[in-house]
Design a protein around this ligand. Structure first.
Ligand SMILES: Cc1ncc(COP(=O)(O)O)c(C=O)c1O
Length: 378
C-alpha cells in the first residue's frame, strides 16, 4: 500500500466487539482469564494493550521495520535502545544531538561502564578515521539544532564493517520524508511527542527495529523495564499518524516561506535549513529524504537580540518542543541544549544568539508577518 493508505489503515482493524472504526482506548490494567493458562492472549496491560499494539503495528509499517515498541517518552525509547549496549562497549554519537540524549548518555549511562564519544558525523570519511572501535553508532540527521546532515547509507556501511549497529533518531523528518531502515539503519527512534502525534498533546516515544532479533529484545525490555506508552497517549498518536501525510507537506511549504524570508533579512546573520541549496549536506540530504522538514534555525548575533525577538513574537509561541501544528520558537542554548556545557555549545556553534523555529501549519503569510514585526526589535 502507499504511504497515505498506511498512515490511515496500517495495523488497524475495526474493533472486533462493536465494529468501531477507531481503535478504542483499552483502559484496563488486566484481563479476565477463563482458567489457568487459558486466556485471549492478553494477561496484564504492561505486557499487552491493544491500543498501544495497534499504534506499534502502524509505526512499524510507516518506518518499514519488522516491529515497533512504544514507550512513555522519546527519552524512554532512547534508553530502551541503549540496553542493546553492554558494559565495556563503546557508542559513537553524532555531535549536536538533542540535549536530553546527550544528558542521558553522559550523565546516566556513562555510569554503567559504557563509553560515549561525540563526533562530527557529517563527513563519513573523517568519522571512519576518528571513531576507533565502536559497537553502536547513534545519529540524528538533520541534527538538533544546527541541522547538520549525516549520510545514512555511508554510515550504515561503516557500522556494518565495524560489526556495530546504526540507530537513527528520525524525529525531525518523520517517516513521511525519511525512512532510515531502507537506507541501511538497524533501528529508528522517534519522540512521538513531535510530528507523529503532531498536536502537542501527548508525550511518547517509539523504537522501530528492522530485524526481528532487535525487535524481540525491545519487546522484552519494554515489558521488563515497564516504561510503556499509556493507552490514551497511544490513541492520540494513532489519531496523529492518520494525518501525517497531510501535515508534513504543509509544514515544509511553510518552512520554505519562513526560510526564504529569514535568509534575506538584514538582522539574520546565518540561516540553517537543509532546503537551502548552499546548506552543507544539501545534496546528501536530497539523496536520502524526500523533503527538508519544518525545523529552521537562525543566528541573531547575541543573547540580547535573541531575547528581544523571542519576547516579541505573538503568533509563534515561545516554548520547547517541535512538530505540532502550531509554530514554536525556542532558544536552544538555554532550553533544549542547556544540558551541554557552555564550552561544548561554543565548540558546536550553539550560540546564545541562535533561535530555532518549528514551523507549524498556519498561514505562511501570518507567520512571516509575525517574525517580521518581532525582528524589528532585534
Ligand atoms: C530529536 C529528539 N529526540 C528525542 C527527544 C526526546 O523526546 P521526549 O521529549 O518525547 O522524551 C527530543 C525532544 O525534544 C528530540 O527533539
Amino acid at each position: 500500500m502507499g504511504f497515505a493508505t498506511d498512515c490511515i489503515h496500517a495495523g488497524q482493524e475495526p474493533d472486533p466487539t462493536t465494529g468501531a472504526v477507531t481503535v478504542p482506548i483499552y483502559q484496563t490494567s488486566t484481563y479476565v482469564q477463563e482458567g489457568l493458562g487459558k486466556h485471549k492472549g492478553y494477561e496484564y496491560a504492561r505486557t499487552h494493550n491493544l491500543t498501544r499494539r495497534t499504534l506499534e503495528r502502524n509505526l512499524a509499517a510507516l518506518e518499514g521495520g519488522a516491529d515497533a515498541y512504544c514507550f512513555a517518552s522519546g527519552m524512554a525509547a532512547v534508553q530502551a535502545v541503549l540496553t542493546l549496549v553492554k558494559a565495556g562497549q563503546r557508542v559513537v554519537v553524532s555531535d549536536n544531538v538533542y540535549g536530553g540524549t546527550h544528558r542521558l548518555f553522559t550523565k546516566v549511562l556513562a555510569n554503567y561502564a559504557v563509553e560515549f564519544a561525540f563526533l562530527d558525523a557529517s563527513d563519513p570519511g573523517t568519522l571512519e578515521k576518528e571513531a576507533g572501535r565502536f559497537d553502536l553508532l547513534w545519529i540524528e540527521t538533520p541534527t538538533n539544532p544546527l541541522l547538520k546532515i549525516c549520510d545514512i547509507r555511508a554510515l550504515a556501511d561503516l557500522a556494518r564493517r565495524r560489526g556495530a549497529i546504526l540507530v537513527v533518531d528520525n524525529t525531525f523528518m518523520s517517516p513521511f520524508f525519511q525512512r532510515p531502515l531502507a537506507l541501511g539503519a538497524d533501528i529508528v527512534v522517534h519522540s512521538t511527542t513531535k510530528f507523529l502525534n503532531g498536536h502537542s498533546d501527548s508525550v511518547g516515544g517509539v523504537a522501530v527495529a528492522k530485524e526481528e532479533k532487535h525487535a524481540e529484545w525491545l519487546r522484552f525490555v519494554q515489558n521488563a523495564a515497564g516504561a510503556i506508552l499509556s493507552p490514551f497517549d497511544a490513541f492520540l498518536v494513532l489519531r496523529g499518524t492518520k494525518t501525517l501525510h497531510l501535515r508534513m507537506p504543509r509544514h515544509e511549504e511553510n518552512a520554505r516561506a519562513v526560510a526564504s524570508f529569514l535568509v534575506r533579512h538584514p538582522k539574520v546573520q546565518r540561516l540553517y535549513w537543509p532546503g537551502l541549496p548552499d546548506h552543507p549536506g544539501h545534496a546528501v540530504h536530497k539523496g536520502q529524504a524526500s523533503g527538508f522538514g519544518a525545523l529552521v534555525s537562525f543566528e541573531l548575533g547575541g543573547l540580547e537580540a535573541a531575547k528581544r525577538v523571542l519576547g516579541r513574537v505573538r503568533l509563534c509561541s515561545l516554548g520547547e518542543s517541535l512538530g505540532g501544528v502550531e509554530t514554536l520558537v525556542s532558544h536552544p542554548a538555554t532550553m533544549t541544549h542547556a544540558g551541554y556545557t557552555q564550552a561544548e555549545r561554543d565548540a558546536l556553534g550553539i550560540t546564545s544568539g541562535l533561535v530555532r523555529i518549528s514551523v507549524g501549519c498556519e498561514d505562511a503569510a501570518d507567520l512571516v508577518a509575525d517574525l517580521d514585526q518581532a525582528l524589528s526589535v532585534a
